[in-house]
Write a protein that binds this ligand. Structure first.
Ligand code: COA
Length: 538
């Protein structure tokens, strides 16, 4: 038996290491758009690659926690644009003088840093995290503005271009500093990234900002003028007053931004943080414990042991309704000393009434006690069938969704398996605005499994064909089913979801503990509000 487990563990490890190798490759593709040639072009312009600038901005010896690294792959935008590496915008968390800050940096190597729909989505998401967690924002701006062939998809709507500045204005009013370093073009709407900032620095002979660039000025009023004289750093620092500082190069600009933020009060964690205790099981064991097959049952308690502090899980109703109540594990753990309530889909992950009721109770309890919540998602959905329906699975699932929606404590979701149907809601999926949503290579997010979707659609197709008097042949059935399975496999995959920013970051298993601790820390920088829950059904 032990021998079997060991060899299964080996198979699992090999499988996940290979999967994560694909992830590492995808990240490599994302961080180096255009290769050496693009770097050489930047150097000629006096610019460094954006991630080097970001690294210089954050405290020496600290790491940048990048979000949405693989955003923008396989998007098939107009003009033959398929990939927009990292969405053309680097976003993430870094410490500046000890304070967590949200950093935004346009990558001019990706279509001049212009905003595609995915760029905007990424910008909005980072601003939402900053607002939710109370973080100062630094914008390293170098963008040609809207990606003009898609103006209707990036300009007029809520969540489009204007929302960037709306968010800046509101965050500034909340006391969250909005600081811009302009290191390149900021044209038309893009100019507001400079002018809306609380404080802005521009680089001499490199940065410029204007509502209409030279060609537009010529067309509109016949004036002939070059970019520098129209809206260069000198114009805005010395004449218009639109910028507060002029710097000789990017590195001086970065130093100036650090200086501006050096006056900030230190951030404070709104929880009692205990001394960190290493996990009882080495984190590396996750590679063995995570079954290679996504739909195979897991013992989620053993996975939690690998990333939680070695003080154990203080279970909540651990003995309640064996075989049904334990399809979700609830209890208190600590991660690097931070107490957190964990709601983890266990075994097959199918949520029965008893598990839903227990989870709801626990979410309410943690909210009242102001304990953050971690949802470990591995659920293909709530139980179906007459017994479950008559037993109230609909209303108890809805109660769980209500609790998740109204819990005002920090909430983090980690997806380690199937993530389907209403279980996506009850386990705090994207629509429930978790402070952070992390995925892994084992995650599969779709409305239902490919197999179920194929059967549903196949039955509809067969009915339609019957009314038309045309039965489906066996070959047609097989091809229909196969096509749908492939489509779902593709779309549920973490790469597809990561490209569209359905998650904030795909974690390597070995990163889980560090990432969760960081996310909890950042989410606890704001005082926790009181929760009220409205009308439960039970
Ligand atoms: N929309 C669509 N594509 C754009 C674009 C825009 N706003 N701005 C630049 N691009 C494309 C270019 O066509 C080019 O595409 P290619 O690589 O397929 O040839 C690529 O982005 C790089 O642009 P390039 O002009 O070579 O880069 P640069 O570093 O020399 O100059 C700018 C950058 C921003 C100064 C320059 O591209 C520019 O002036 N763009 C127009 C800005 C503008 O008027 N925007 C209005 C927004 S509301």
């Amino acid at each position: 038996m032990q021998e079997d487990q060991r060899s299964q563990g080996k198979v699992n490890r090999e499988h996940w290491l290979e999967e994560e190798e694909h992830l590492a490759q995808r990240i490599q593709q994302a961080v180096n758009p255009g290769g050496e040639r693009a770097i050489a072009r930047l150097a000629k312009q006096g610019k460094k690659p954006v991630r080097e600038l970001v690294q210089a901005l954050i405290d020496p010896g600290t790491d940048f926690f990048e979000l949405g690294v693989i955003a923008g792959f396989g998007m098939d935008y107009p003009g033959g644009v398929r990939d927009v590496p990292s969405g053309g915008l680097v976003t993430g968390l870094g410490k500046i003088h000890g304070n967590w800050s949200m950093i935004f940096a346009n990558d001019s190597r990706v279509k001049a840093g212009t905003y595609f729909p995915i760029t905007l989505k990424k910008h909005m998401r980072a601003q939402a995290i900053a607002e939710q967690c109370g973080l100062n924002c630094v914008y390293i701006a170098d963008s040609g503005g809207a990606f003009l062939p898609m103006q209707a998809d990036v300009f007029p709507d809520d969540g489009h271009f204007g929302s960037m500045f709306y968010n800046m204005a509101r965050m500034s009013a909340m006391g969250l500093k909005q600081i811009t370093l302009s290191t390149g073009g900021n044209t038309a709407g893009g100019a507001y990234i400079v002018f809306m900032a609380d404080e802005a620095a521009m680089i001499e002979d490199l940065a410029y900002s204007f509502l209409g660039g030279p060609p537009l000025v010529k067309a509109a009023i016949g004036e002939e003028i070059d970019a520098e004289a129209l809206g260069g750093a000198g114009v805005h620092a010395r004449i218009s007053g639109g910028a507060d500082h002029i710097c000789k190069d990017q590195m001086e600009g970065i130093e100036r931004i650090r200086e501006i933020l050096s006056q900030e009060n230190p951030q404070k964690l709104h929880c009692r943080r205990w001394e960190e205790v290493p996990p009882v099981v080495n984190e590396d064991r996750i590679y063995e414990l995570m079954p290679a097959r996504v739909h195979q049952a897991i013992d989620v308690g053993r996975i939690i042991e690998c990333f939680a502090d070695g003080v154990g899980l203080r279970g909540y109703k651990s003995d309640y309704a064996p075989g049904r109540g334990d399809k979700i594990i609830t209890g208190k753990i600590r991660i690097k000393g931070i107490p957190v309530g964990v709601v983890a889909a266990n075994d097959s992950g199918i949520i029965f009434v008893e598990a839903a009721r227990k989870a709801t109770e626990f979410i309410v309890r943690c909210s009242m006690e102001k304990t953050p919540l971690l949802f470990v998602q591995n659920s293909p959905g709530y139980m179906v069938g007459s017994e479950a329906e008559h037993g109230g699975i609909g209303k108890y699932g809805a109660d769980m969704v209500r609790a998740v929606s109204n819990a005002r404590v920090p909430r983090i979701q980690l997806v380690i398996g199937p993530d389907n149907g209403a279980a996506n809601y009850g386990m705090c999926g994207r629509a429930y605005r978790p402070h952070f949503l992390f995925s892994t290579m084992r995650a599969r997010t779709s409305v239902m499994s490919g197999r179920s979707a194929a059967e549903v659609l196949l039955s509809l197709e067969k009915r339609k064909r019957q009314t038309e008097g045309k039965e489906m042949t066996e070959a047609e059935v097989a091809s229909f089913r196969d096509g749908l399975l492939k489509k779902y496999e593709l779309e549920a995959h973490p790469f597809y979801c990561g490209a569209r920013l359905f998650n904030d970051r795909i974690l390597f298993f070995r990163e889980i503990r560090d990432a969760l601790a960081l996310a909890l820390e950042v989410s606890l920088l704001r005082p926790i509000a009181e929760s009220t829950f409205g009308n439960f059904r039970f």
